[in-house]
Design a protein. Structure first.
Length: 340
C-alpha cells in the first residue's frame, strides 16, 4: 500500500548510482549511525534519508560529519512534530528536505524521484540557505517592531528570487511552515509576549499562493503581538525611563530601548519626545548630569571616577556636558559648594 509507513526508527536509507542515464538504484539500509558511518567510509552515496533519533550519533551529527566530504550527497531528514529544533539546524546544514513521520511509500517515492531528477536535469530545485537565513532575520526584526511594510517588501524581494527555480510545491510548503514555526519560537524567546503555534495554517496549490499565505500569516503575527501589547500594563515611556535610569553606565541607544519594547525606532523616538518634551539623548544626558551632581554633593569620588561611573570614557566630554548642563565646570561646581 502506498500510504503504508515504511521507515523504522533509528534507520538511515542510503541511495547510490542515481546519476546514470538509465536510473538504477541500490538502496542500503543502515541500522543506526555506526553502520552508516562504516558505509560512508567505503563509498559516497547520492541520497541519504536519515532518522534524527539514532543510537550513538543523531542524524544531524551524522550529516555535519559527512556533508563536507560527501559533496554530491543530498540529505533528507526524517523527523517528528516534536523535533522541530532539529529541523531548524537541518536548514543551516543544507538538508534538501525533511519528512514528517510516519513516512509512507508514496511520500518517500515522490521525494526520491524529485531528488533523482535533480541529477538528470541541472536545474535549481532548492532554496538558497543563506537567502533563507537573511529572510528569517529580516522578518523577525520587522514583525517584532510591527513593521508591516518591511515584512511585505522582504517577502516580495525573496519571492522574486524564486522565479527561475523549479521548486517542488510540497518541499516549499514544508519549508514555509518550518520558517513560520521558527519565527514564532524566536519571537517568544524575546519575552513579553506568547505566540501559540497553529498547525497547517499555510496553504496553497502553487508557489505564488503559498507565498501569499505565508505573508498573510506573518502579518497576522504582527496583529497578535499588537493585541498582546495593548493588553499589557506596561507603558512604553515609563519602561523607557526606567530602563535608561537603570542603565546609565551602559552605552544604550534609542534603538536598544525601541527593540526592547518591540517598537519601530522612528516611531519610538517620536513618541518619546511627544510624551516627555525632550529627545531620548537629551533625557539620558539629564539623568546622568543629575546623578553626577548628587555624587559630587554626597561622595568623596574624584571627577574622573564619577565620569567613569556614568559611562563617560572621555573626561573632557563629561566636563563639557556637565558645564553645558549646569553652567559650571565640575571643579567650579565643587568650589561653589564649598563656598556655601
Amino acid at each position: 500500500m502506498d500510504d503504508e509507513p515504511i521507515v523504522r526508527k533509528g534507520i538511515s536509507y542510503l541511495v547510490s548510482r542515481t546519476d546514470l542515464e538509465d536510473v538504477q538504484i541500490d538502496i542500503s539500509e543502515a541500522d543506526g549511525s555506526l553502520m552508516a558511518n562504516q558505509l560512508f567510509e567505503e563509498q559516497e552515496f547520492d541520497i541519504v534519508f536519515t532518522d534524527i533519533n539514532m543510537p550513538v550519533m543523531d542524524g544531524l551529527a551524522l550529516i555535519e560529519k559527512w556533508n563536507k566530504k560527501m559533496t554530491r550527497t543530498q540529505w533528507v531528514i526524517l523527523s517528528g512534530y516534536d523535533e522541530f529544533n532539529y529541523a531548524q539546524k537541518a536548514i543551516t546544514l543544507g538538508v534538501k528536505d525533511y519528512l514528517l513521520k510516519p513516512v509512507t511509500k508514496k511520500k518517500a517515492q515522490e521525494t526520491l524521484v524529485r531528488l533523482i531528477d535533480k541529477y538528470r536535469k541541472p536545474s535549481d530545485h532548492f532554496l538558497n540557505m543563506n537567502e533563507l537565513e537573511n529572510l528569517i532575520d529580516k522578518l523577525e526584526g520587522a514583525i517584532w517592531t510591527l513593521n508591516e511594510d518591511t515584512v511585505k517588501s522582504s517577502i516580495s524581494s525573496w519571492g522574486e528570487l524564486l522565479v527561475s527555480k523549479e521548486i517542488e510545491v510540497s518541499y516549499f510548503f514544508n519549508t514555509l511552515n518550518n520558517i513560520l514555526s521558527m519565527l514564532i519560537q524566536r519571537l517568544n524567546n524575546r519575552g513579553n509576549i506568547v505566540l501559540e503555534e497553529r498547525a497547517g495554517i499555510i496553504n496553497g496549490l502553487n508557489i505564488e499562493a503559498l507565498i501569499d499565505s505565508f505573508q498573510q500569516n506573518c502579518i497576522e503575527l504582527i496583529g497578535r503581538i499588537r493585541v498582546q501589547r495593548k493588553g499589557q500594563v506596561l507603558d512604553p515611556i515609563e519602561f523607557a525611563k526606567k530602563y535608561i535610569s537603570d542603565n546609565l553606565t551602559e552605552k544604550i541607544s534609542l534603538d536598544d530601548v525601541a527593540d526592547k519594547l518591540g517598537l519601530n525606532s522612528a516611531y519610538f523616538s517620536h513618541l518619546f519626545k511627544k510624551e516627555t518634551g525632550t529627545s531620548f539623548v537629551e533625557y539620558r544626558m539629564q539623568l546622568r548630569m543629575e546623578k553626577a551632581m548628587r555624587l559630587i554633593d554626597s561622595s568623596n569620588m574624584k571627577i574622573t571616577e564619577i565620569a567613569n561611573s556614568l559611562g563617560y570614557e572621555d573626561l573632557s566630554h563629561f566636563t563639557k556636558t556637565f558645564k553645558k548642563y549646569t553652567g559650571l565646570s565640575p571643579s567650579k561646581y565643587i568650589a561653589s559648594l564649598e563656598m556655601d
